[in-house]
Design a protein around this ligand. Structure first.
Ligand code: NDP
Length: 323
């Protein structure tokens, strides 16, 4: 099969198209013939070495959707021919992936496999952020950094669905337009304007209840300034680089704030939780309350170009590789 593998950490140039054997599904695994693989910022961290790779050569990619081609011993949750999707298992930049069967969810009729691939990692993330990390309530105000990004567009829609006021940040006028269409009440170009001030202006000087910050290095301090006393700083990514170490007293000085650094694996830790989140997301796609934007598709061989585009902030919404 064809796959994008890396032999070492580095820039996009380390992504190589290779011919590899089709993986054998082991005990508890299903072999999925992938129709679409999601590209996510986490793939950049694994490629660059910001997140440690388990071993080399390594097939990148942690999200996909396709058809079960075979199952390993002991698998009862899925069967050959099922339409399935998943997130969180390495090896998705390939024609086939062996995935633990208990990490697969069945894709309902009416949802395409491309949409399912686009929904899993970023959708599950947006779902846990608004339902579990900081359960948003009607009338509250949330700041969503990088509002036109893959997670950003979904998070904005889910937050609006909760009845919150949503303030987003973006870097271009085109991205601002997209973010507005996703439902943002206030959109700030954070390359030009002060989003903490804009948040205060929009909340009678009080500040937001929560900031969902995936940008990190360039935004974190202002994110704290955008919060009201006892607000929640939810740092869930580092698209601009990691947040430097800071003294917890800072949280006190800024108003007895809470800070958390969540990640998806801890919010889909059980089968029940994974199924609950996926069920709600698929239902929202089917009833039209959640709209997906697959903005960019690339052939498998163009994975390096996809990474360049993502890192250069050229993309909006979801990026998919089509094996
Ligand atoms: P995005 O589509 O959001 O792409 C990243 C965006 O970040 C860019 O488009 C850009 O938007 C913004 N950005 C700001 N500064 C920079 C910079 N210096 N370099 C690159 N981008 C920058 O990616 P994803 O939706 O895939 O992921 C968003 C974030 O969420 C990532 O940090 C990712 O790691 C994190 N994440 C975390 C998860 C978790 O469970 N913790 C799960 C899923 C994602 P703009 O041009 O508007 O500034």
């Amino acid at each position: 099969m064809q796959a994008i593998a890396i032999e070492r950490n580095g820039g996009p140039e380390v992504l190589e198209l290779r011919d590899l054997p089709v993986p054998e599904p082991k005990e508890g695994q299903a072999l999925v013939r992938l129709e679409a693989s999601g590209i996510n910022f986490i793939d950049v961290y694994v490629r660059s070495g910001a997140y440690k790779a388990p071993s080399f050569p390594l097939v990148l990619g942690q999200e996909g959707a396709g058809i079960v081609a075979a199952v390993g011993p002991g698998v009862t949750l899925v069967a050959e021919g099922d339409r399935v999707a998943y997130a969180g298992t390495l090896g998705a930049y390939a024609e086939y992936a062996a995935v633990p069967a208990d990490r697969l969810v069945k894709v309902p009729d009416g949802v395409t496999l491309r949409d399912a691939a686009a929904l899993m990692l970023q959708g599950l993330t947006a779902h846990y952020l608004v339902n579990s990390t900081f359960p948003l309530q009607r009338g509250q105000t949330a700041v969503v950094q990088a509002g036109a990004g893959g997670v950003g567009l979904l998070l904005t829609q889910l937050a609006k669905g909760k009845g919150a006021t949503v303030i987003t940040t973006v870097s271009t006028a085109e991205k601002a337009e997209l973010s507005k269409r996703a439902g943002a009440d206030v959109v700030v170009d954070y390359t030009r304007d002060d989003f903490a001030k804009a948040t205060r202006d929009a909340t009678e000087g009080k500040g937001a209840h929560v900031v969902y910050d995936s940008v990190g290095k360039t935004t974190w301090e202002k994110s704290l300034d955008a919060l009201r006393p006892r607000g929640y700083f939810v740092l869930f990514g580092a698209s601009s680089g990691p947040v430097p170490p800071f003294d917890p007293q800072l949280l006190n000085h800024k108003g007895a704030l809470f800070a958390t650094r969540p990640s998806l694996q801890y919010y889909v830790a059980t089968r029940d939780e994974l199924e609950w989140r996926a069920r709600e997301l698929f239902a929202a796609v089917l009833d039209g309350t959640l709209s997906l934007r697959v903005e960019h598709t690339y052939p498998l061989a163009d994975a390096a170009r996809a990474h360049e585009d993502l890192e250069a902030r050229k993309t909006t919404g979801k990026l998919l590789l089509l094996p």
